[in-house]
Design a protein around this ligand. Structure first.
Ligand SMILES: Cc1cc2nc3c(=O)[nH]c(=O)nc-3n(C[C@H](O)[C@H](O)[C@H](O)COP(=O)(O)OP(=O)(O)OC[C@H]3O[C@@H](n4cnc5c(N)ncnc54)[C@H](O)[C@@H]3O)c2cc1C
Length: 335
């Protein structure tokens, strides 16, 4: 038997952040994951942004989430010796005087204002016209999620703490003191399987409302690199060397992970409305977000088995939610 403190099922952004939070606190982990090409985390745009939606709402728990986010990813960068988190402003232009006034009202709230900077010049005019100026968020940015997950997996493999294997629920035995799965014995197990949790018999009827997202990558032949994530319904993010990511669609009707012409057309139609420079499409990807009915994550202990826990339901905000929730859950699990 191999003994460990925590067995973690799934190594998307949820499982990765939880494993890191537990390791940081001196615990031992074993992670089981069977990677899939279109896993939500692998296709994630990677963007984190504290202010979302048409009503310019501060995201849920913004203060807690964004105070922990950068230090958390920086600690992963230190461990893995590579940069994955890129702080970048998230810029929106004003379309009307009314929208300017709406922001001015929101800025009276100091909790909101600390995340916002008004932009009263046309610094992004190479890419977009901004006759009424605009505003951008602080503490936003993006994470190269696929690269981060790959590097963290290699690190776990180096410590013999990773199994590339499908987790079969039938082989799990739970007693009050421990859990056993094949040759692994652990104090506790945490499920971080994203949408695959719909097959998990220990947490039946999770309130998922999955939705499909698609993005495209485009190439722009030009000497400048856009120093912000531009947001006009869709986002426009420089990945370097003239490559930009544009996304994402949001649909609950078809729930496959195939890319579609309709998805590409939807993105191109929106992009052509404002992007001033010519481009060519070089890639398209699709995936499904593990969203929930009330748009809140699913985190905590099993009702009967106190050594069984879950971290899931990260929806469209896995990159911002995972560090905060993983830290909270790790502290709960360690008592
Ligand atoms: C197109 C698109 C764009 C997105 N853009 C953003 C964005 O810009 N910012 C943002 O914050 N979020 C974004 N998201 C959402 C984000 O991707 C999710 O919130 C996040 O990836 C969920 O992570 P997770 O770890 O819970 O699940 P997943 O990424 O699905 O990871 C679960 C892992 O568990 C493994 N697994 C499951 N069951 C088993 C089993 N039985 N045995 C072994 N392994 C198993 C899976 O193979 C997988 O590797 C986007 C999503 C999509 C689809």
């Amino acid at each position: 038997m191999i003994g460990t403190d925590f067995l973690i099922v799934g190594q998307g952004i949820a499982g990765t952040c939880l494993a890191h939070a537990l390791l940081q606190r001196g615990a031992k982990v074993m992670v089981v994951d069977l990677p899939t090409q279109n896993a939500s985390s692998v296709v994630a745009g990677g963007i984190c942004n504290p202010i979302t939606g048409k009503h310019l709402s501060l995201t849920w728990e913004a203060e807690n989430i964004f105070s922990i986010l950068a230090p958390f990813y920086e600690s992963l960068e230190k461990l893995l010796g590579k940069q994955f988190f890129f702080p970048l402003p998230f810029y929106r232009r004003f379309h009307t005087i009314e929208a300017q006034n709406q922001l001015a009202v929101r800025l009276a709230n100091p909790d909101f204002a600390k995340f916002v900077e008004e932009v009263n010049d046309n610094r992004y005019q190479y890419w977009i016209d901004t006759p009424l100026n605009g505003w951008q968020t602080r503490l936003s940015g993006y994470v190269q999620v696929g690269e981060l997950l790959g590097a963290f997996r290699a690190c776990l493999q180096g410590q013999a703490s990773f199994r590339e294997q499908r987790f079969d629920y039938k082989a799990l035995q739970i007693t009050e003191e421990k859990i056993t799965w094949h040759d692994i014995e652990a104090r506790k197990i945490v499920f971080c399987e994203g949408l695959h949790a719909q097959e998990n018999p220990f947490f039946p009827n999770l309130p998922f409302t999955p939705n499909k997202g698609e993005w495209i990558r485009i190439r722009i032949e030009e000497p400048h690199t856009c120093p912000a994530i531009l947001k006009q319904g869709i986002f426009f993010l420089s990945l370097g060397k003239g490559v930009y990511q544009v996304g994402a669609t949001y649909h609950q009707t078809s729930l496959d992970t195939e890319t579609s012409e309709a998805g590409k057309d939807e993105l191109l139609t929106q992009l052509r409305e404002w992007l001033k420079v010519p481009f060519e499409v070089i890639e398209q990807r699709a995936g499904i977000r593990p969203a929930t009915r009330n748009r809140r994550p699913i985190v905590g202990l099993h009702e009967q088995h106190k050594n069984v826990a879950i971290l899931n339901g990260l929806g469209s905000k896995g990159v911002s939610l995972a560090p905060f929730l993983a830290t909270q859950l790790a502290e709960t699990l360690l008592g």
